[in-house]
Write a new protein. Structure first.
Length: 258
């Protein structure tokens, strides 16, 4: 009969007839683990041996003895109470010709591996993820994968001041390009310019009209806005879409010359 060590999974083949129908304790030669072979184990091993030696000449005396012992074992084990639990030992790598045990994964490790496997798909579909959960936009931006759900980028922005002359008041001018990066036409919203002082406090806000109503893929439209008599304490301007959500569209700071 074939027995397997519950600790290191080493295999041994012994004669079921030498074990006896009362069972016996055995010890693994590889890891010194000791366990008990029950009468049911011995019976199963003997039946396996008979199946392997099916072509051999039967021994009436031995078969009669085993039939009697089998009836005794089955009668003794056929009770309503469950058999005693066998001690389980975590499998560990074994040496020589032994089988490698399979170690179960903990729930937390299984969840972690699932998320790790799904991470590439989440990154590819991050635009859809941000539309459903806007708070994830900042997370993607931190790992170098910003998400633009609007489909429009603000590029090449400049801001400059025109001094007062010939009776005209000073003027702050801001210009830049809107570029369509979506696969379809997208609507263009108005822009908002916020003037801030050296401490970053907002002093004044004024709108900039959109250069067109719709922007197609890879199309560019130039915008321009101005403010007469801007605050003298202004040191920087921040440009964003007027309907922008802080978690989705990050404002674009622009250095000011006034």
């Amino acid at each position: 009969m074939l027995i397997v060590c519950p600790s290191c999974a080493s295999e041994y083949r012994i004669d079921a007839g030498k074990v006896g129908m009362d069972g016996r304790s055995v010890r693994c030669a590889a890891c010194r683990e000791t366990w008990f072979l029950t009468p049911a184990d011995v019976l199963a091993g003997h039946e396996a041996e008979l199946a392997e030696k099916g072509e051999a000449e039967p021994d009436p005396v031995a078969d009669a003895a085993w039939q009697e012992a089998t009836a005794t074992v089955r009668a003794a084990t056929d009770t309503s109470e469950p058999p005693p639990a066998r001690r389980r030992v975590p499998a560990r790598p074994s040496r020589g010709n032994s089988r490698r045990g399979i170690v179960g994964l903990s729930p937390s490790l299984a969840v972690g591996l699932t998320l790790l496997a799904a991470l590439p798909l989440i990154c590819l579909a991050r635009t859809s993820v941000v539309r459903v959960v806007p708070q994830t936009a900042a997370l993607f931006a931190r790992v170098g994968l910003p998400v633009n759900v609007r489909g429009i980028e603000i590029r090449d922005v400049v801001a400059f001041s025109s001094p007062a002359e010939d009776g005209r008041p000073p003027e702050l001018v801001i210009e830049g390009d809107l570029v369509g990066i979506a696969r379809t036409d997208v609507p263009v919203s108005a822009l908002s310019v916020e003037i801030r002082d050296a401490a970053g406090r907002a002093l004044r806000t004024f709108p900039v009209a959109p250069p067109r109503a719709v922007l197609g893929t890879a199309e560019t439209a130039r915008f321009r806005g101005s403010l007469v008599s801007p605050p003298a304490a202004g040191r920087a301007v921040v440009l964003r879409f007027a309907d922008a959500q802080p978690s989705r569209d990050e404002p674009q700071p622009v250095a000011s010359g006034h």
